[in-house]
Each structure stands twice: as structure tokens, then as C-alpha cells.
Design a protein around this ligand. Structure first.
Ligand SMILES: Cc1cc2nc3c(=O)[nH]c(=O)nc-3n(C[C@H](O)[C@H](O)[C@H](O)COP(=O)(O)O)c2cc1C
Length: 304
């Protein structure tokens, strides 16, 4: 068996459509001892800001039924360390390396994008959807004006393909998608985490120190499929789907909803090999159904 699983997203060729989702794979350092990172289609690195960030106070993780809550709060070493220390190692793998960029101000985004522009990173994923930071994060992604202004600033700062990552914590996701498309986004990824909360009934305190956090994992999958379908139907740029993908069947479903590629996050915490199993399952699915290119299934859902 040797099917060609490659996909093109915003003109960038991925050897297969399975990408490790930002914040769940670090900079690949914990997974490199397990298998060659080159087996993945790509890696979206931990959310990076212009300066180092310590993140939120613990507890920052809580398990929930069929998912988890996190309030990590963009802990990261800053864009300079990413460029100097992690990027050169990651680029040796030969697959697609995506920098995931977050910021409190438009100037933060612009300055970090300018630095990344001078590197050989393949793509910039603009995180305007983090629910776990007080300043910036999802506040950019919840209004058309906010989403458009960050996209515009980053577009002007770099020639790299820009993938804008949307939050599900909005009423009308297609409006935001169209706003970032109009400002020059090359593609869109979604969904980031849903805003959630758990309470310890003994202490009557929220389980997370941040009180609220981002909800991810298998439980959010139907929400993600719905939003990917809505966005893919509304824009003319490529869409990358994520949110609860655990199996190859989930990946096929997400692609039928309109995603050209998929990202996997929380599933990797339960099984670090899950992305490889999804890649393997996709290849067998192509064999069985006589599919030569995965583009044949993208957006093929037939709505009633
Ligand atoms: C612990 C954790 C940290 C995350 N950090 C980031 C981040 O730094 N930047 C980002 O864009 N998304 C971040 N996310 C969101 C994921 O990339 C993804 O959008 C979300 O978890 C939904 O996918 P999943 O259900 O497959 O995990 C994080 C998610 C988790 C669980």
C-alpha cells in the first residue's frame, strides 16, 4: 500500500493532512523520542508571544466527561527562543512547521510576525481565539473588527502564508471568517477551545485557578464539524478543521465538512500515537474506496 496522502493548504504542500494542534505538542520535544516527527503532515507549535509568558497559576487542567478543560494561558519562551532554539530542530523533519502566534496588542502580533517573516517557518497560524488570557487572545477573535485588524497588521508584516485560527465562542462564526478573508488571510483554522467551567462541590471553588478555561476533546467534535462546515461554505480560502478529532473516521468526517487538513490536540494526551493511527486509517480508507487524492472527499457532504 502506498497512497499519496499529500494535501495543499494555502499553497503549502503537506505530506499528509494530519497536523499536531498548537499547545498540545509543545515544540515536538516530548514526542521526538517516540517516533520520527516527520511522520506527521505538520506541527503547529505552542502559542508564541513576542516576550516570554509564564502562563496562569495552577490548577490549569481539569478532566471532564469526554474532554478536558485547560487554562494554561499561553506559557511560552517568547518568539526569539522559538526562532533560535526550536525552529531549526523542527525544520530538520521536512514536514510543515507552523508558528502559532498570539499577542495582547496589535503591535505585539506585528512585531512577532516580522521576526517570523525572516525565518524559514512554513506558515503562521494567528491565534485570535485563546480563551485563557485576560488581555488579547479571544478578545481579538470575537468581533469582526478585532479579527480583521489583527489579520491586516500581520498580513502587512509578512509574506508567509497566514492561517487565522477562529474561536467557537461567538454567535456567528462565518461573519468573522469573512472578515479575516477580506483582510488577506490565506486560510482559516478552527475551532479553538470552547469556554467552560467546573466547580469543586466540596470547596465550592472553581477547579481551575483561572475560574474558567478552554474545553476540548471528543465532546466538542460535533460543534467543530458544524462550524467547519459553516465556514467552509462561506469563504473561498482553505479551511483546516480541528476540535475533538480522535479517529481516522473523525478526520474523514471533518474533511467531508470542508476541511482540507485536520489538527489533533487533546487526543494526543490520551494516546501520543493517535495522529499516526489516523494517518494509517486514512491510507486504508483511500485504498478501500479507490481514492487517489484526499481532495476528492473535501467538502463532499450532501446537506439535506
Ligand atoms: C492544553 C492545551 C493548550 C492549548 N494551547 C493552545 C495554544 O497555545 N494556541 C492555540 O492556538 N490553541 C491552543 N489550544 C487549542 C488547540 O490547539 C485546539 O484548537 C483545541 O484543543 C481543539 O482541538 P482538540 O479537541 O483536538 O484538542 C490548546 C489546547 C489545549 C488542550
Amino acid at each position: 500500500m502506498s497512497k499519496d496522502l499529500s494535501v495543499k493548504v494555502a499553497g503549502v504542500l503537506f505530506p499528509n493532512p494530519v497536523i499536531a494542534a498548537s499547545g498540545t505538542y509543545g515544540f515536538g520535544e516530548d514526542y521526538a523520542p517516540l517516533y520520527p516527527l516527520s511522520k506527521l503532515g505538520g506541527i503547529s507549535c505552542k502559542g508564541t508571544t513576542i516576550n516570554e509568558k509564564a502562563g496562569n497559576l495552577p490548577p490549569r487542567i481539569a478532566e471532564t466527561t469526554a474532554g478536558m478543560l485547560n487554562s494554561v494561558g499561553l506559557q511560552n519562551p517568547g518568539v526569539d527562543v522559538f526562532i533560535k532554539k526550536y525552529l531549526p530542530e523542527l525544520k530538520k523533519n521536512g514536514n510543515v512547521i507552523i508558528a502559532n502566534l498570539a499577542g495582547a496588542t496589535i503591535d505585539d502580533y506585528r512585531a512577532a510576525a516580522e521576526k517570523l517573516d525572516a525565518t524559514d517557518v512554513d506558515m503562521i497560524e494567528l491565534n485570535i481565539s485563546c480563551p485563557n488570557v485576560k488581555q488579547g487572545g479571544a478578545t481579538w477573535g470575537t468581533t469582526c473588527d478585532g479579527a480583521a485588524s489583527v489579520t491586516k497588521a500581520v498580513r502587512a508584516a509578512t509574506k508567509k502564508p497566514v492561517m487565522v485560527k477562529l474561536t467557537p465562542n461567538v454567535t456567528n462564526v462565518t461573519e468573522i471568517a469573512k472578515a479575516v478573508e477580506a483582510e488577506g488571510a490565506d486560510c482559516i483554522s478552527l475551532i479553538n477551545t470552547l469556554l467552560g467551567m467546573r466547580i469543586d462541590i466540596n470547596t465550592r471553588r472553581p477547579v481551575l485557578h483561572n475560574n474558567v478555561g478552554g474545553f476540548s476533546g471528543p465532546a466538542v467534535f460535533p460543534v467543530a464539524v458544524r462550524m467547519v462546515w459553516q465556514v467552509a461554505s462561506a469563504v473561498n480560502i482553505d479551511v483546516v478543521g480541528m476540535g475533538g478529532i480522535t479517529t481516522w473516521e473523525d478526520a474523514v468526517e471533518m474533511m467531508m465538512a470542508g476541511a482540507k487538513a485536520v489538527q489533533m490536540g487533546t487526543a494526543i494526551f490520551t494516546d501520543p500515537y493517535s495522529p499516526l493511527k489516523v494517518i494509517d486509517g486514512l491510507e486504508k480508507y483511500m485504498e478501500k474506496n479507490n481514492i487517489d487524492s484526499l481532495s476528492e472527499i473535501v467538502g463532499t457532504v450532501q446537506p439535506w
